[in-house]
Write a new protein. Structure first.
Length: 390
């Protein structure tokens, strides 16, 4: 059980960082703690069983039932779920801080990397597909928010915010949290990252590569503290749509449109009142149109969290493998990656003695070891933010 505090305060605990192609889920969306409440992180529901469905069958189902050129269907489903939950008695303990609450923060991020797939002005022109990649730097402004409304009787919450992504523009997330009487919480949300970019053709040399929009949107289902335990299950799916895919036009096996499925299981082990360890496993399936870009990924992670009245420390390390389905036509071999990552975040509440101010420092490192040398990459990142909560 987390320590009790004299007043409610936010823990900034769903920082998602896209480093290369691996998404690091440090911890779930910002929660609101009040005196005597138990802290548990929110994660996502388990996946469907795709064991007996072929890739083509799955693709056809999604293309017929979910044309994800826009978020219309997802928002409709979310609205129906919200309406249905409002009419079902599944109430947990009522929140002590009903009504509107939120966090606003701003700051800056810094990244240095050798990842030749990232779109930056410093990385626009490359000389070779076989030589060592050059390091380049990028500074990024950060402006983030999280707004919530808590219903007094049931403790249900509706939220809207920007999960921060240091390697690119923040996305948007709209969700609904349903607490249960046994302490569990169900989180259903839709998300979109409409401002991401990719190279039209990342394998061009000696000329400036051109950017294009990469649309990423989908839905996430999360269930945490199942039956009063530290067990957390999650499932998320998203649609990837590259606006101008020149490399996909050149090689059909390198098309980049498709669907991503992520399923994760995690167990929060309490180490006293203020510390916890969270081992986890994640399975990801990239159902991409180009067979050379389609993949199955596995990741093992270990998180550590420590909280006090003024400080919150979060650390996570992970190792994962991505196995691709078919031979890469540019390099004439099937791609296989091993990913290593470590990330840390420290938050200081009651900044300058003001209970509405907080500051956050973060830093991380990621190494992608690939059997294709062009795709090997190292990335260091850091960031600092200051914000208010209400």
């Amino acid at each position: 059980m987390a320590p009790a505090f004299s007043k409610g305060f936010f823990l900034p605990n769903y920082y998602i960082f896209n480093i290369g192609e691996l998404v690091i889920n440090v911890s779930p969306l910002e929660g609101y703690l009040t005196q005597g409440e138990n802290f548990r992180n929110i994660s996502d529901l388990p996946p469907k069983n795709w064991k007996y469905a072929t890739r083509t069958q799955i693709k056809n189902i999604f293309q017929k039932c979910m044309p994800m050129r826009n978020l219309t269907l997802i928002l409709t489903l979310w609205g129906l779920l919200l309406l249905s939950w409002s009419n079902i008695y599944a109430a947990g303990p009522a929140e002590k801080s009903a009504g509107f609450s939120g966090r606003l923060s701003a700051g800056a991020g810094y990244m240095t990397s050798t990842d030749q797939l990232k779109t930056t002005d410093e990385n626009k022109r490359i000389d070779s597909l076989s030589g060592d990649a050059d390091w380049y730097d990028k500074f990024m402004p950060l402006a983030l928010f999280n707004l919530r409304y808590t219903f007094a009787e049931s403790g249900r919450q509706v939220y809207f915010g920007t999960p921060p992504e240091l390697s690119g523009p923040p996305g948007l997330s709209l969700g609904f949290v349903q607490p249960f009487s046994d302490g569990g919480r169900l989180d259903i949300s839709v998300f979109a990252r409409p401002f991401s970019e990719a190279w039209r053709d990342p394998y061009l040399t000696d000329i400036g590569r051109k950017e294009t929009r990469e649309y990423n949107y989908g839905a996430r289902f999360a269930y945490e503290e199942i039956l009063g335990t530290g067990l957390k299950l999650s499932y998320a799916f998203s649609r990837i749509d590259v606006n101008v895919d020149d490399i996909g036009d050149r090689f059909k096996d390198l098309e980049r449109d498709g669907y991503i499925h992520n399923a994760e299981v995690e167990y929060d082990i309490q180490l006293g009142q203020s510390m916890s360890l969270a081992p986890g496993f994640e399975l990801s399936i990239g159902d991409i149109d180009g067979e050379a870009n389609a993949y199955t990924g596995y990741q093992f992670g270990l998180g550590f969290r420590k909280f006090s009245k003024l400080y919150q420390l979060m650390l996570k390390a992970a190792i994962g493998w991505d196995d691709y389905d078919d031979k890469h036509p540019v390099f004439n071999k099937t791609r296989n990656d091993t990913n290593y990552s470590v990330f840390g975040m420290l938050t200081r509440s009651d900044l300058f003695g003001q209970d509405f101010l907080f500051a956050t420092l973060m830093a991380g490192y990621r190494y992608r070891d690939s059997n294709i040398s062009f795709l090997e990459a190292q990335t260091f990142l850091s960031g600092a933010m200051i914000g208010i909560e209400f």
